[in-house]
Design a binder for this molecule. Sequence first.
Ligand SMILES: Nc1ncnc2c1ncn2[C@@H]1O[C@H](COP(=O)(O)OP(=O)(O)OP(=O)(O)O)[C@@H](O)[C@H]1O
Ligand SMILES: [Mg+2]
Length: 348
Amino acid sequence: MPTTMDAGPFRVPPQPAAGDELNTAKFPKLNYRRSTAPLRWFECATMVAIDFVGVTKSYGKRVVVDGMSFTVAPGECLGLLGPNGAGKSTITRLLLGMATPDAGEITVFGVPVPARARLARGRIGVVPQFDNLDHRFTVRENLLVFGRYFGMSKREVEAVSPSLLEFARLENKADARVAELSGGMKRRLTLARALINDPQLLVMDEPTTGLDPQARHLIWERLRSLLARGKTILLTTHFMEEAERLCDRLCVLEQGRKIAEGRPHALIDEQIGCQVVEVYGGNPHELRSLVKPYAQRIELSGETLFCYAPDPEQVLTQLRGVAGLRLLQRPPNLEDVFLRLTGREMKD
Ligand SMILES: Nc1ncnc2c1ncn2[C@@H]1O[C@H](COP(=O)(O)OP(=O)(O)OP(=O)(O)O)[C@@H](O)[C@H]1O
Ligand SMILES: [Mg+2]
């Protein structure tokens, strides 16, 4: 097992063994004939894992991805955040060669996509936004079918299946049909399935949506262990806690454009940088004028007032005299950043 250090924003990827080529023998059914030369791990280790340069994609007249550029280093976890319809899933489809860009360049470990997408996909594990498991088959059979897609023999799949099922806590469901699984179990199976070919890069589109808190924490723990083993992750999520816990860096999108990028805590400091007082109850419009002199910024979301204040005690002093209020003072978080950048109204 390669050893990996957690070294700040970029984790150090596992060091390659000389001659450790992208293993065409392991995946004999992938069509490598179009490649001019096999990729070698020592070449890959020095490359960026994902390189998006000026990528644009339109559907009809609608520009869905608008000149996007970003990179992901090997061993890094990059989070894509953005409101519904911002273009996150489209970016993951472009990365996999399932959609063709109108302009720009995409490479995955140096492999151009979509030109050599099949080669690139051999190194990527995918958790799509919507499960595409085969409901007629059992859990075990789904792993087998997927492994066969990567050219693995039945024996090879059977050798890795127990550890994958244990990873997803589905050991007791190996012979259950997918149709009999709960939504969370299906999501965990999709994650296990994504790991069948021991991919270097995981592309995960909302991997924990629909999971209960225990299952979500289990997946977070599993993803951290994959990062510690040097895997690279591109993750889209609507859970700010997930982004804050897992991602080294975040890219915030709106209408297909990057509107902010940075490490989670740097974004919180840059965009908010002060304490927050949440106010529940009372007349928010009257309360707003009461606290206005003491708040750097005030936002109303539904019936809750958010006061961003360098000195929250001044805000609290004003509000403590008002009957029927519930007050909560807290540090700023990524949700504040997201809502500041993308607004509090629905975008669809
Ligand atoms: N195949 C397609 N044909 C036409 N329009 C599409 C297609 N795929 C996506 N779109 C449009 O592109 C935009 C971005 O969609 P996308 O699925 O990438 O958003 P998203 O950021 O993943 O949103 P969500 O958070 O809801 O999953 C949307 O307006 C969507 O309607
Ligand atoms: Mg999506």
